[in-house]
Design a binder for this molecule. Sequence first.
Ligand code: UD1
Ligand code: CA
Length: 460
Amino acid sequence: MAVTSAVILAAGKGTRMKSDLVKVLHKIAGRQMLAWALAAARDAGSCRTVIVAGHQAEQVSQQFAGDPDVCIAIQDEQLGTGHAVSCSLPQLEGLSGSTLVLCGDTPLLTGDTLRRLVNEHISSSAAVTVLTARLEKPFGYGRIIRDTEGRVRRIVEQKDATSEEQAINEVNSGIYCMKLDFLREHVGNLGSENVQNEYYITDLVGIAVAEHAGCTALIADFSEEIYGVNDRTQLAQAERVLRNRINRNLMFSGVTLVDPEHSYIDAGVRIGIDTTIWPGCVISGNTVIGSGCKIESNSMITDCQIDNHVHIKSASVLTESHVGENATVGPMAHLRPGSVLGSSVKIGNFVETKKVIMGEGSKASHLTYLGDAEIGSDVNIGCGTITCNYDGVKKHKTVIGNRVFVGSDVQLVAPVTVGEGSLIAAGTTVTMDVPPDSLAISRTPQVNKAGWCLKKKNND
Ligand code: UD1
Ligand code: CA
């Protein structure tokens, strides 16, 4: 019978993180630790996942509120992993077969390994199947005690283990597949007679053996997968592993990472073939990048859509923006939320845009601020142009028609509209609408005083 549910134990505070935020909500490669565990559970077939929350249960619950497959069980007091899993039983009512049990703090676990655990569980018909690993340094983990024939007998915690048991290097991952009937029948019988006075889920292994219900173990092929995150050094270590996996997948799918060690790309980002990413880029959120793009060093791209053959030059920052095909952005450009650039647009150095729509082929090549503006196609925005969009109280809109030429050092005092095909002379402050095909110029007439400098010098 397939496994269709999972329980993720996540009620602990994570004291060693020294954080105001509960451990399982810390992000790794753009995804909360808990979300990584959830993704693995889903990948292995879970259609209903119960998260056992305790510390900051409200925040945890909020994070997954929109997810119909996830429900939250509350463990008010952290009395141990055995007690935690018992808190999930009401949410599993009506389900039969087996359930996965995971920890919220093992983000490196893959759906592949979980599926292999499920297969082992089903083929062995055991009541409990535990995922184990062989570690060079098993300190801290529960140890797997096997009999002379190699059958799993029980699990002993580090703190309860004799020195002989501590020498065993096969450890408990804290990840299990269990028959629900067995769990329901026995989880209430766990005792807390141990060094920590906690109800241990691990004691279910001993119970399964005593009851002849069957217990097997699957040894993980890659022991890193069971790695638990307890402090920020381990958080950074897990981040390295996950980023490495993401980067390898991207490279195998046709993306060039000039230096994968220094490419920071979140889970969930999609990038097309033949795109090249230079070192130091941070690409995060729901970003989608097309094919044949060049993303130069130290650019930061968050929640953006970048179409094919776009060139983002060094040190540009793009947030919640859309860049059309063949456009060029940067170096050192800042696209703030709501920037929508048409194809072949050019945004040059020290240009900032916000809530701007720019039509095909338009250019703002240098030192410009464009905010709350609608700009047509083939418009030239000269160096030093500023949309004065804010009057101290409200934001106002600037509309610029197709083929307008805006000279250098122009201020457009919004709300204002410049008609198609017009020319705004350099240095103009535009305070009234400009009709189509017109010249707008506002300059104090220049006066040249001949010989003035010479006279001044002689008088000094
Ligand atoms: C547990 C296992 C240990 C295993 C290790 C793997 C037990 C008794 N021991 O130990 O054999 O090697 O995981 O990482 O299970 N939690 C709750 N409520 C509680 C206690 C814990 O929800 O009352 C959650 C924690 O938030 C965490 C998970 O359960 O996500 C594991 O708890 P933790 O205290 O870290 O167990 P370990 O001592 O690491
Ligand atoms: Ca742990």
